[in-house]
Design a protein around this ligand. Structure first.
Ligand code: ATP
Ligand code: MG
Length: 332
């Protein structure tokens, strides 16, 4: 089976609708046809400040949500990034073949560092994409499903792999990004110009996977729309409504045209109410399963440890070859 790699940062207590639609739903499908690794990337999360006790908790919660959403830790390798030291080791090597200007062109770095200011921005945030390249290349991954915000990082990964192979001999598989086009990006409900983010600032704009039905209802009913009062998909002029329609489309299985027809002559109120029902029906069982898994953290940790051992076995083999190719003297 083709090897697949993806991950999410434990940067919040809950994942959100963007992570779910842009990543988890695809993972669930792809794990049946691929040899899949899904990581909770805690080393990426600390590229912005994290509280230590909270980070530990968020790491468990993220893993629990993967499983609750349908990732099977028996068949897929679901592990915590920092449990496999090879990630940091390969990232260092890749740092030395990455151009400073090349890394500086990454839009995620530009966005996140602009929000923080230069002195609050860590060098780790700058080299985030290089660590991500290490994640992917360690496992000789062929397929990398990501939201379209990560496409540029997968492109960089391909460039680094190609460069390393040319300089040191064939070592890495060149990965392909897999991005679901129409639903590639979910936007903030209050600020449909920016993507929904775990680290986003607007509490009312983020639809959390672990939200109670009441919170889901409140956020959707208050989501920003426009004053045309017509349910019509127009990303440019109606970003708020178009974003809600994207979520509606994914959870109902109906096309955008079918949705437009169904709500013709009706206001946003009806549309939003039906959307609330769809989201609650989708998220509630996941919230319940995640809560049950988190009631037994020792068992969850045991599952993660077993999966990390599986990941290490693959990663260490790649790292061994890399050390050899670049000319590191091996300790005897
Ligand atoms: P952070 O704000 O901490 O960066 P995030 O919400 O961007 O968090 P990540 O952990 O960085 O989430 O990304 C996990 C996965 O979710 C990636 O595949 C990413 O492409 C996808 N993703 C993140 N945000 C969205 C979104 N708004 N729409 C679709 N996919 C998304
Ligand atoms: Mg992100």
């Amino acid at each position: 089976l083709p090897r697949l790699y993806s991950g999410m940062q434990p940067s919040a207590d809950s994942l959100h609708a963007g992570n779910y639609i842009g990543a988890l739903l695809q993972w669930k499908q792809l794990q049946t046809t691929h040899d899949a690794l899904f990581s909770v990337v805690d080393m990426h999360a600390i590229t912005v400040p994290q509280d230590p006790a909270e980070l530990r908790e968020k790491t468990r919660r993220t893993a629990a949500q993967y499983i609750a959403a349908g990732i099977d830790p028996e068949n897929s390798t679901l592990y915590v990034q920092s449990h496999v030291p090879a990630h940091a080791e390969l990232a260092w090597i890749l740092n030395t073949i990455t151009g400073f200007g090349e890394a500086g062109r990454m839009t995620q770095f530009k966005d996140k560092s602009k929000k923080q200011g230069a002195d609050a921005t860590s060098v780790g945030l700058f080299t985030y994409p290089v660590l991500m390249a290490a994640d992917i290349l360690l496992y000789q991954s062929e397929v990398v499903p990501v939201g379209d915000d990560q496409k540029q990082h997968v492109e960089l990964t391909r460039d680094l792999a190609t460069r390393f192979n040319a300089r040191f001999g064939d070592t890495f598989t060149i990965p392909e990004p897999v991005i679901q086009k129409e639903t590639a990006r979910i936007y903030d409900l209050q600020n449909p110009g920016s993507k929904m983010s775990k680290s986003g600032e607007s509490p009312a704009g983020i639809l959390w996977l672990l939200d109670e039905p009441g919170a889901i209802k409140k956020k959707i009913m208050r989501a920003v729309t426009d004053d045309e009062a017509v349910v019509r998909f127009d990303r440019e002029n109606k970003p708020g409504v178009s974003n809600l329609m994207t979520i509606f489309q994914v959870f109902s299985g109906r096309s955008l045209t079918e949705i437009e027809d169904a709500f013709a002559g009706r206001g946003y109120g009806d549309f939003k109410k039906e959307l609330v029902e769809l989201v609650v029906a989708e998220f509630s069982p996941i919230r319940e399963r995640a809560t049950a898994l988190l009631d037994d953290p020792a068992e969850l940790d045991r599952v993660l440890a077993g999966n990390a051992a599986r990941a290490s076995a693959i990663a260490d083999t790649t790292l061994e070859t890399v050390y050899d190719r670049i000319g590191f003297l091996r300790r005897v």
